[in-house]
Design a protein around this ligand. Sequence first.
Ligand code: TXA
Ligand code: MG
Length: 343
Amino acid sequence: MNTEVLRVDPVVPDPAIIARAAELLRAGRLVAFPTETVYGLGANALDAAAVRSIFTAKGRPATNPVIVHVAEPTQVLNVAASWPETASCLATQFWPGPLTIVVPRKPGVPDEVTAGGPTIALRCPNHPVARELIRAAGVPVAAPSANRSTEISPTRAEHVFKSLNGRIDLLLDGGPCSGGIESTVVDVTGPVVRLLRPGLITVPMLEEFVGTVEVLTRTGADDGDVVRSPGQLARHYAPQTPVVLFDRGWPDLDDAVMFSILDGKRATTLEFGEARPRRPELLRDSLHCVFMPTSPDEYAANLYRMLHEADDRDADLILIEMPPDTPEWAAIRDRLSRAATRA
Ligand code: TXA
Ligand code: MG
């Protein structure tokens, strides 16, 4: 059966639509909804069976815990065993917004939410539809990104529909997400704040309020260490189409374009900044060039849509010119490296 799709105004959501979606959540059903980062696939976080059905719909391994969303910062005390000083400080600065804070979990939170672990990841999103929905449901809402496991996250309702149609009960279509990549995830359970996933809230932004942030560089599952944020397996956020990355600089990318043409392949390029003159022999119909914004926020807002479009175009290859290696580009470089990982 097709998933029901309801259009909802992203700024002033219709209370009748919100009430209907909230009722489904309370009844243990799955509702996809927009947030300021990406679309989430929501279920009542206190209902173990409902949370299990998220994992079934996504094909997600049970070892990967989900983020729990709250409408108000005060709601965290329903699910967190403690709320450290640093959590409070970060929430004051960045909530509602694209920051997820990992704290000790309260007994009674279903194991499905935390993958049996002692901590819980919490976020107060800054999107009227998300907040009104959580408020109306009256329960914390577990919501991973609304895509099948290992696919690129959805930034538009069409992406959710393409990936999960028939597997979820309702999709609230609130238009495109403004942020475009998943929230920053930090763990505040230790003596120093640890970055588990880079995002739009950058390390320098965090450090302004909580001192030095420990950045984990090991992201693969194959390094023999415990994966501290299980979602951080190397292959994640990957389009169907193979992705190859290039350092900034024209000649390498141009050579790769040349080889793809000689191979008879259809390539899509995501190039950094404005179009530059290209050798005439490289101007082919089989080549589709996209010129990406040079501001990190605008780049993030467009990245997943561009990857979804490259997949839809049946490209054989996506060739991507990397943005600069500076802190404000860290989250985007992280997502690009994961998109290029084929494991
Ligand atoms: O922007 C976002 O965060 C989106 C929207 C929908 O809010 N959600 C999202 O959820 O990206 P998901 O499930 O795709 O990513 C959750 C990340 C994973 O990397 C997961 O391993 C990590 O958060 N995580 C969840 N609970 C955790 C915990 N208790 N300890 C450490 N990491 C945790
Ligand atoms: Mg995800």
